[in-house]
Design a protein around this ligand. Structure first.
Ligand SMILES: [Zn+2]
Length: 313
């Protein structure tokens, strides 16, 4: 059979144009296309993965989920938005309160309206450290330039348990994740696209810090809730886009940790002894593990003291 290659090339080109008006690689090497109109500026690995920022394009403007690790990343996100649409950024959803997710807001708000769970603004204001800003500015001339005009932008909208945001053709459900990482954390669920932005409760192939205000049982419950949504794509606060396997990985780690800490507690060991003696060889070589396994052991100790009984498997 004789193939008309020119016709094939034209047809393929047309299909590709229909599928994707802007290629993810046109947005720069740090962007990954998740679905039509949904892009993630994927975390760079430092040794631990930097934070993600995501762009959701709608027919009535753009929604960002977090705004990048540093102001340099945030400016890259602003450039990417301009390439994708002439519409403005209308909303920014914070998955947590920490600087590596929220200090790029000044580039977009106003007019963008920032949303996170109740208490987010208070935590952002209380933890704001001007010294951190001058240290950052002194990192490099590029960072100093990127930080021009910086100001803290806490959420203008804080919601209770859940809020639904509808913009253009998109529906976004914002789900309260309690204090499972910072003091206010939000998961973003797009039920039609089956994409979940899962914040920083769970990470994959690394170990995260657990702060004193966070309870492991709450973390396990939130991971279970997010897993039950059965998302096709799960975008963590840190690390590459994944699936439900991230929740299996991180709850697996925490459950094993609870069991081992529980056993040492039964033997009458003190917290200091437990931190010394606990071994988690399955996880010890992961990024962040050295310093963070003792920290997470402390959280497990707290949970068991508080009445949590680890499941024996
Ligand atoms: Zn954080």
């Amino acid at each position: 059979m004789k193939i008309k290659w020119s016709a094939v090339v034209v047809r393929v080109a047309c299909l590709l144009l229909l599928a994707s008006p802007v290629w993810a690689q046109d947005l720069g090497p740090h962007f990954t296309k998740i679905k039509d109109g949904i892009y993630v500026q994927t975390a760079k690995s430092t040794p631990q993965a930097n934070s993600n920022a995501s762009i959701i394009v709608t027919s009535e403007g753009v929604i960002l989920v977090d705004t990048g690790q540093t102001a340099i990343d945030s400016r890259e996100v602003a450039e990417a938005v301009k390439k994708l649409t002439s519409q403005p950024v209308r909303f920014i959803i914070d998955t947590e309160t920490h600087p590596d997710h929220s200090y790029g807001h000044f580039l977009f708000s106003p007019p963008a309206v920032v949303i996170n769970h109740l208490g987010a603004g208070e935590e952002m204001k209380q933890s704001f450290d001007p010294k951190r800003m001058s240290t950052l500015e002194n990192q490099s001339p590029e960072m100093r330039a990127a930080l021009q005009g910086f100001r803290l932008v806490p959420p203008q909208i804080e919601y209770g348990d859940k809020i639904v945001l509808r913009l253009g053709e998109r529906t976004l459900e914002l789900l309260n994740l309690g204090t499972t990482h910072s003091l206010a954390n939000t998961a973003v669920w797009l039920p039609n696209e089956r994409v979940l932005f899962a914040a920083s409760v769970a990470v994959e192939d690394q170990i995260n810090t657990i702060r004193p205000h966070t309870n492991i049982p709450d973390m396990l419950a939130m991971m279970k809730m997010m897993k039950s949504l059965n998302a096709e794509v799960v975008i963590p606060g840190h690390g590459v886009p994944t699936t439900n396997k991230m929740f299996d990985f991180y709850s697996g780690y925490l459950e094993l940790l609870l069991q081992r800490v529980g056993k040492l507690m039964k033997e009458g060991k003190s917290l200091d002894q437990i931190k010394q003696e606990l071994r988690m060889p399955e996880y010890e070589n992961l990024a962040g593990a050295k310093g963070r396994i003792p920290n997470t052991a402390e959280a497990a100790y707290r949970a068991i003291k508080g009445g949590y009984t680890p499941e024996n498997k």
